[in-house]
Design a protein. Structure first.
Length: 91
């Protein structure tokens, strides 16, 4: 779980996904506030569309930005791949 959390934060703070915050250390606080719900959805193997909708809701309703389902689905794919990789490594 710790590896997944650290990896997720590294992905968001270096790639800037989904809102272009690459190189902004203060953005970590914002992302940490969303981490547990997103992590739970991925861990529980929720459908990609449900996780993407949740991410889009965060971007639109909490961050006040324009959301993109396509972008959210790309992020979900990365998160699901990361989970699968960790499952293989540690289970």
């Amino acid at each position: 779980m710790k590896n997944f959390t650290a990896g997720w934060m590294r992905f968001f703070t270096t790639s800037g996904a989904p809102i272009g915050i690459s190189g902004v250390p203060q953005a970590r606080d914002e992302y940490y506030s969303y981490l547990s719900n997103v992590f739970k959805l991925v861990k529980d193997e929720a459908p990609a569309e449900i996780i993407a909708q949740h991410l889009t809701d965060i971007v639109v309703n909490r961050m006040g930005l324009r959301g993109s389902t396509k972008d959210a689905l790309e992020v979900v794919s990365v998160l699901q791949d990361w989970k699968e990789s960790l499952d293989e490594k540690y289970n």
